[in-house]
Design a protein around this ligand. Structure first.
Ligand code: MN3
Length: 230
């Protein structure tokens, strides 16, 4: 059962990001650094993308350069087989493959073209969380209470066939726990400190304005359809 589930999650991930192999590289951002102003400021976006995210990519490639046997794996495969990565590079791969996956995903979760969840997807959210407000409150709570650096997520749990809100520490990815991310929020201080200083809650409030609900729904449709074939 675990192996079948594992296979389908990796397949889902591969379907969402088909081109991610060693040597890994930064995808184009898809909008300009200032496109999410005033909610996310241009300086934060530039430092986050060209500094932090690029750093994870470089560190991941460095870690894998002497391991040709690992170089044909996708990010999704690396993140779901951490126990098979040699101990000497395992933590580096976990942190930097996670950092690369999480940030690639995060940029796609945001858009300058403001939009709302479709009625169809709202129904799905209400089915799992009673109301949209309740969903948002639960997500906000998960994001606010992360101690130190980490991420808040809305995921599809293919084992339970339902939506779940979780948080991960550092750059850990939900994929490692066999959960398929639909929406992710970076709450590392580097994501908000320049504009919001220590006020994480004000960053979270601002961020909701730039969520790309069409991307979230697309992820849900992919995850749920692959699950239904499993
Ligand atoms: Mn970050």
């Amino acid at each position: 059962m675990y192996k079948i589930m594992h296979f389908f999650i990796v397949l889902t991930f591969y379907y969402i990001y088909p081109n991610q192999h060693y040597p890994f590289s930064l995808d184009p951002l898809g909008y300009s650094f200032n496109a999410l102003e005033p909610y996310i400021d241009a300086t934060t976006m530039e430092v986050h993308y060209t500094g932090h995210h690029d750093g994870y990519v470089k560190n991941l490639n460095d870690a894998l350069k002497d391991y040709p046997e690992l170089q044909h794996y996708t990010l999704g495969q690396l993140l779901t087989m951490l126990d098979k990565i040699p101990g000497i590079i395992r933590t580096t791969v976990q942190n930097n493959a996670g950092g690369h996956q999480n940030h690639t995903f995060f940029w796609r979760c945001m858009t300058p073209k403001m939009n709302k969840p479709s009625n169809k997807f709202l129904k799905t959210i209400k089915k799992h969380f009673r109301s949209f407000e309740n969903f948002k409150n639960q997500f906000n709570e998960a994001a606010k209470k992360i101690f130190g650096s980490g991420w808040a997520w809305l995921c599809f749990d293919p084992g339970k066939n339902r939506l779940v809100i979780i948080s991960t520490s550092n750059q850990n990815s939900p994929i490692t726990d066999l959960l398929i991310p639909l929406l992710g929020l970076d709450v590392w201080e580097h994501a908000y400190y320049l504009k919001h200083k220590n006020k994480r809650a004000s960053y979270i409030d601002a961020w909701w304005n730039v969520v790309d609900w069409s991307f979230v729904e697309e992820n849900y449709i992919k995850a749920a359809s692959i699950k239904s074939k499993a």
